[in-house]
Design a protein around this ligand. Structure first.
Ligand SMILES: N[C@@H](CCC(=O)N[C@@H](CS)C(=O)NCC(=O)O)C(=O)O
Length: 208
């Protein structure tokens, strides 16, 4: 089978979700650099891979995909390696719910409104940060309530839910407010320490 190709940049949390999935499956892949925030417009050729100009986009043997959850599922189902989705319908539904919740309510608030705003803006918009923190707190509360017993979000086996959550929370805790808040959610903090110790996490760390 041909090596899959991922288009994107190592700073992106969504690219990291897809890369962690490839790493956990033990699949070699090519990362084609695509800096979506470069001063120049998104190149026309890339819009054929992702018409909305976001990263990542994925390609395997001529099969093209965008949307990270779809990419992660394809990687899990099309390749040999450890299974990263629960076998039962309720576990799968929970997995999709967690990824969907993080996409809809977690990503913008935790990554952009809190972390990017604090790290990159001077002066930072404190109202935006405060709103982001309020939403982040709800996300962490819900994650705590949805977390199953066991090492991982859905129980004893690592799944795509863990791989979806780790890069988003990893970005959130780049800033003190994020670290302080995570510290108030002991179960999620312990889970995060566990996933941050995976080789897939270290191997997808942004190169400085
Ligand atoms: N729904 C998309 C979201 C991807 C996404 O938003 N990626 C960010 C980087 S982490 C991006 O490309 N942002 C560019 C922009 O907002 O213009 C997915 O699941 O892949």
């Amino acid at each position: 089978m041909a090596k899959p190709i991922l288009y994107g940049a190592d700073y992106s949390v969504y690219v990291r979700i897809a890369r962690m999935t490839l790493e956990e499956k033990g699949i070699g892949y090519e990362l084609v650099p695509l800096d979506i925030f470069a001063a120049e417009d998104v190149p026309a050729w890339y819009l054929e891979h992702h018409p909305f100009g976001r990263i990542p986009a994925f390609e395997h043997d001529g099969f093209r995909l965008f949307e990270t959850s779809a990419i992660a599922r394809y990687i899990d189902e099309a390749f040999e390696g450890p299974e990263l989705q629960p076998a039962d319908p309720r576990g799968r539904a929970r997995m999709s719910q967690i990824a969907g919740m993080l996409d809809a309510y977690g990503y913008r608030a935790m990554v952009w409104d809190v972390a990017v705003e604090r790290l990159e803006k001077a002066p930072a918009d404190e109202g935006l940060i405060a709103g982001g923190l309020r939403q982040a707190e709800t996300v962490l509360k819900v994650l705590t309530s949805l977390k199953a017993k066991g090492s991982w979000l859905l129980g004893d086996g690592i799944t795509l839910a863990d791989l979806h959550a780790a890069p988003i929370i990893g970005y959130f805790i780049k800033v003190a407010e994020g670290r302080d808040m995570l510290g108030r959610f002991a179960d999620i903090q312990e889970w995060y320490a566990r996933i941050a110790a995976r080789p897939s996490f270290a191997r997808t760390e942004k190169v400085a």
